[in-house]
Write a protein that binds this ligand. Structure first.
Ligand code: NAD
Length: 490
């Protein structure tokens, strides 16, 4: 059953879509945004450059003193009103997200949009309870730490969860009193530009949230090196993350990097095999496998390996693949033809390097959606030095490995430089916790994969990021700089 498009979504897509700068629409030369579910053009969207970034940073700089001077409860009230407005338009945002990314509408409605909005409320509330002036007990001195926002913060986002990541990024920064300039992925800019318009409707002061669309080489490079940016945040691939980190390092701008992953699931022989196999199948079909933290290396105890493979293969074969807006769809297309070629290329290289095919994957054309960028789930098995076991593919694929000994499997998980998220599956919770502690990553989950909640820090280490992460009080603190105020007592 296809979802009927909301009139506001039709109207939004019908005309060239502008950037949102200083509360104003700014239309520049446009480029096409493609619908991954059928290959058609979804919208014409403004593509900016350095001049647009200059304007956005200027607008954010101008608004910063007044926004920062608001009392935390006043800012929180505005952010809650922003969240109310997003809730009012949640169905429209979910449709745009599904159209733009190709993700299943049920997932966009059930997770991406409500969970993103919740983030604004979480940080709005947190900001009212935070301490901004912390007394320091030092002999013969009156001293305190004074915590203030940085100023204009720059954000660059990838294309896999545009709305959720936008909220994860900007919510703590805005709640702490910073203003922001956002560059969404040029592949999926629609929800960010729609949300920026809603910010104005919600009464967020002009210039607090600015969105400039464009590619990495123009808008991304201009934003990350702009002298008006006081703090930078990048979510995306390690390759680009390193470049952003270098630029910020040169300019001495603090930078948060949330990067890719190659998560492992370690499944011991005491689990409910069918349940674990079903959950891990869901982990690679979620968002068509385009999930940085998902489990794509499955280490399965040799005693249950064959049963696990039998079950997971059955589940994956039954996955309903189709257009994002189709309500029956469990797995939509990949985001672009480029991404499809990347996934298919990895599978070819993996096989050429000796991997055994458990489930072939490959292109598929669902009825009525022949021009979309669809692939089927794929499973490979073999040696752990295979390219498909070592590199992030970002598609519905997993690499299977058998293990026997706890110590050996821990070493095998830790041999990659990625460090985003792993999971341990066992009914022996003592063992599960012991192993979870030794897997080197920002997140070790037990008997589940992809576990999110506000208050639960989420971030990566090593090649997956510089730590700190998102979604926790620590994240809020990241957007406040500390200043010591001290007076010697006579
Ligand atoms: P990408 O690194 O290619 O692009 C990310 C963003 O950077 C885009 O907006 C792009 O336009 C911009 N960009 C590209 N070159 C740039 C440059 N030279 N200067 C400034 N900006 C530039 O990543 P992608 O393909 O959009 O997304 C997939 C990657 O994102 C995967 O590696 C995935 O694991 C990662 N990711 C990580 C997290 C996390 O929280 N750790 C979340 C989602 C995605």
């Amino acid at each position: 059953m296809k979802t009927e498009l909301h009139q506001n979504v039709r109207d939004f897509l019908a005309k060239p879509i502008p950037h949102h700068i200083g509360g104003q629409a700014r239309l520049t030369a446009t480029g096409k945004v493609t619908n991954p579910s059928d290959g058609s053009t979804l919208a014409e969207v403004s593509l900016g450059g350095a001049a647009d970034v200059d304007l956005a940073v200027a607008a954010a700089t101008k608004t910063f003193p007044a926004w920062a001077a608001l009392r935390p409860n006043e800012r929180a009230a505005l952010l809650h009103r922003f969240a109310d407005t997003l809730e009012k338009h949640a169905a429209e945002i979910a449709q745009l997200e599904s159209l733009d990314v190709g993700k299943a509408i049920a997932a966009a409605e059930g997770f991406d949009v409500p969970f993103g909005i919740q983030c604004l409320r979480y940080f709005a509330d947190l900001s009212t309870q935070a301490h901004y002036s912390i007394p320091l007990a030092i002999k013969n001195m009156e001293a305190r730490t004074w915590r203030v926002p940085y100023g204009v913060c720059g954000f660059i986002f990838p294309w896999n969860f545009p709305f959720t990541l936008l909220c994860w990024g900007i919510a703590p920064a805005l709640a702490a009193g910073n203003t922001v300039v956002v560059k969404p992925s040029e592949v999926t800019p629609l929800s960010s530009l729609f949300v920026a318009k809603l910010a104005a409707e919600a009464g967020l002061p002009d210039g607090v949230l600015n969105v400039v669309n464009g590619d990495g080489a123009s808008v991304g490079a201009a934003l990350s090196s702009h002298p008006g940016i006081k703090r930078m945040s990048f979510t995306g691939s390690p390759e680009v993350g390193k470049k952003i980190g270098e630029i910020c390092g040169r300019n001495l701008v603090p930078c948060k990097l949330e990067l890719g992953g190659k998560g492992a699931a370690v499944v011991f022989d005491d689990v409910d095999v069918d349940a674990a196999a079903t959950q891990l199948a869901a982990a690679i079909t979620l968002n068509t496998g385009q999930v940085c933290c998902t489990a794509t290396r499955w280490m399965i105890h040799e005693k249950i390996y064959d049963r696990f493979v039998g079950k997971v293969t059955d589940v994956l074969k039954q996955t309903k693949i189709g257009p994002g807006l189709d309500r029956d769809t469990q797995m939509g297309p990949l985001v672009s033809e480029i991404q499809r070629q990347r996934v298919l290329g990895y599978l070819e290289r993996g096989q050429a390097a000796g991997a055994n095919v458990v489930l072939a994957g490959g292109k598929i054309s669902p009825p009525d959606a022949a021009n979309g960028f669809y692939v089927q789930p794929a499973l490979l098995e073999g040696a752990d030095d295979n390219v498909c076991c070592r590199e992030e593919i970002f598609g519905p694929c997993a690499y299977l490995l058998r293990f026997k000994e706890e110590e050996a499997v821990i070493a095998q998980v830790n041999q990659l430089a990625y460090g985003l998220a792993n999971s341990v599956w066992s009914t022996d919770l003592k063992r599960a916790n012991r192993v979870a502690e030794r897997l080197v990553a920002g997140n070790s989950w037990i008997n589940a994969h992809n576990v999110f909640a506000y208050g639960l820090p989420y971030g990566g280490t090593n090649l997956s990021g510089t730590g700190g992460g998102v979604n926790s009080p620590e994240t809020f603190n990241d957007y406040l700089r500390s200043q010591t105020i001290a007076r010697p007592l006579a």
